[in-house]
Ligand binder design. Structure first.
Ligand code: NAD
Length: 467
């Protein structure tokens, strides 16, 4: 199911092959088709061609197509979840959750409607805001949630009447290619296309004059390149970029009640969650107990192959990420105090032992950069205002969380965090009807909710004199 690209309605071989490494073993386990420039040009031409007709397809038929894709994914949920674990590394249960979430995202967006908005209405005039699709959208996704991140682009873009080229990350192309085989049965030629690449086609697609919008999720570094690449064509774009989310633990927090949530917030998907907890600022009277509770959870974690029953944390996704997080762990040892550490299996898999470290200098990379691994820095603070300032002292501004016994007070603290999302006494609650996106350098534009569909449209004002 993952052997073909989907171009212009046909499942075709790639111009080349790309070895795909299983993070749990560090070994190549599959060859993915890889498109070349000629195939990318074919896909762009087909996507542009198909956009004219797809925009005219009645909304109900577009909805039915999204529902059909959700049904097909549901029917193949287990093979998708297994493949997701093999290519991405996450626990099988996490993969099942991602597949279920992807199905739910398709169904949620299928149920939305873009209605015209009446801006002025009287006996003399009618002014209406309508929305029309942009054309061909390129959806570029990262390797941490390959399916779910794609679905938050694919479903709203298609519903709004656009065509889509999906470009997965080169280290996790397989489930996206599998989705292509399902989409080939459902959508007219050129409406959904899948291009696997070797990490080389992004710039071409971003700058292509026939691409109307880039919907990008990935790192800040690449986001800047996408922005620059899209500038010449004055293209529409959505950027969902990285985060360095702080969790603020207040002096009235119940450590026993929140430690497991904080641990999960920092280590789900082996810490590779854009909205994961990357640094914890804990009130001095709570810091020691909290660090101990987290250290206990780290020691009990069973790091292993996501397909092995009993594993509670999988490997990180790729060799570069593995090296980076090991490097940060070494720096943590040198600059902070390790409170507790789990263990990681030996061998070639990209495993990292979850580690709790106290009181790093704020300049340490583990605090100042996006780590994307299962390392948990706990920074004690004496002054809440200072802790809030430290949480905000980052150009990353994706999410954050506040944890406290007095919810009203925690809400006030939350309203001082300058990020796109702040949770209070919870983490990872991401209902599809709530819009999602970063502030400052963590992104532009929104996913989810009706705003996430509007993102893939252009407004048109129709201004009529009624006489
Ligand atoms: P990345 O930026 O390296 O790659 C993302 C995608 O961009 C890949 O498909 C890659 O092939 C492609 N790409 C690379 N160079 C390109 C270029 N010059 N032009 C166009 N496309 C190019 O990101 P990653 O390492 O795969 O993913 C991890 C990052 O994604 C983290 O920073 C994480 O926080 C972020 N992320 C953000 C969100 C969010 O909603 N804000 C969600 C998930 C992940």
């Amino acid at each position: 199911m993952h052997d073909h690209l989907l171009i212009d309605g046909r499942l075709v071989a790639g111009a080349g092959l790309l070895p795909v490494i299983e993070p749990a073993s560090g070994q190549v386990f599959a060859q993915a088709p890889r498109a070349d420039v000629v195939q990318a040009e074919q896909a762009v031409a087909a996507g542009k061609r198909a956009a004219r007709d797809w925009a005219l397809v009645p909304q109900d038929r577009r909805t039915a197509a999204l529902e059909a894709l959700a049904d097909a994914l549901q029917a193949h949920a287990e093979p998708f979840a297994h493949m997701l674990t093999r290519e991405q590394g996450k626990l099988l249960d996490e993969s099942r959750g991602e597949v279920e979430g992807s199905i739910a995202a398709l169904r949620y967006h299928a149920g939305l409607r873009l209605e015209p908005r009446i801006l002025k209405q009287s006996t003399a005039e009618l002014v209406v805001e309508q929305r029309f699709p942009l054309g061909l959208v390129v959806a570029i996704v990262p390797w941490n949630y390959p399916l779910l991140m794609l679905m938050l682009k694919l479903a709203p873009a298609l519903l709004a009447g656009n065509t889509v080229i999906a470009k997965p990350a080169p280290t996790t192309p397989l489930t996206t290619l599998m989705l292509g085989t399902l989409a080939a049965e459902i959508f007219p030629a050129g409406v959904v296309q899948v291009l696997g690449d070797g990490g080389d086609l992004g710039p071409l697609l971003v700058a292509h004059p026939d691409v109307a919008q880039i919907s990008f999720t990935g790192s800040q570094v690449t986001g800047r390149k996408v922005l620059a690449g899209a500038a010449d064509g004055l293209k529409r774009f959505t950027l969902e970029l990285g985060g360095n989310d702080a969790a603020l633990v207040l002096d009235d927090a119940d450590v026993g009640a929140i430690a497991a949530d904080l641990f999960a917030g920092a280590t789900a998907n082996a810490g590779q969650v854009c909205l994961g907890i990357k640094r914890i600022y804990a009130a001095r009277n709570k810091a020691e107990d909290l660090a101990e509770a987290l250290a206990d959870l780290a020691r009990k974690a069973v790091v292993g192959d996501g397909l092995t029953p009993g594993s509670t944390m999988g490997p990180v996704q790729n060799a570069a990420q593995h090296r980076k997080v090991l490097d940060l762990a070494a720096e943590a040892k040198a600059l902070g105090r390790i409170v507790g550490q789990g263990s990681a299996p030996a061998g070639d898999g990209y495993f990292i032992a979850p580690t709790v470290v106290r009181d790093m200098p704020e300049s340490a990379r583990l605090i100042s950069q996006e780590q994307f691994g299962p390392l948990i820095p706990v920074q004690a603070y004496d002054d809440l205002d200072h802790a809030i300032a430290l949480a905000n002292a980052s150009d990353y501004a994706l999410g954050g969380s506040v944890w406290g016994g007095d919810v009203q007070r925690a809400m006030v603290v939350a309203s001082r965090l300058e990020t796109g999302l702040v949770w209070v006494n919870r983490v990872f609650d991401l209902p599809f009807d709530v819009p999602l996106g970063g502030a400052r350098a963590s992104g532009m534009g929104r996913h989810q909710g009706i705003e996430g569909v509007e993102e893939f449209t252009q407004t048109r004002i129709v201004n009529a004199a009624l006489r």
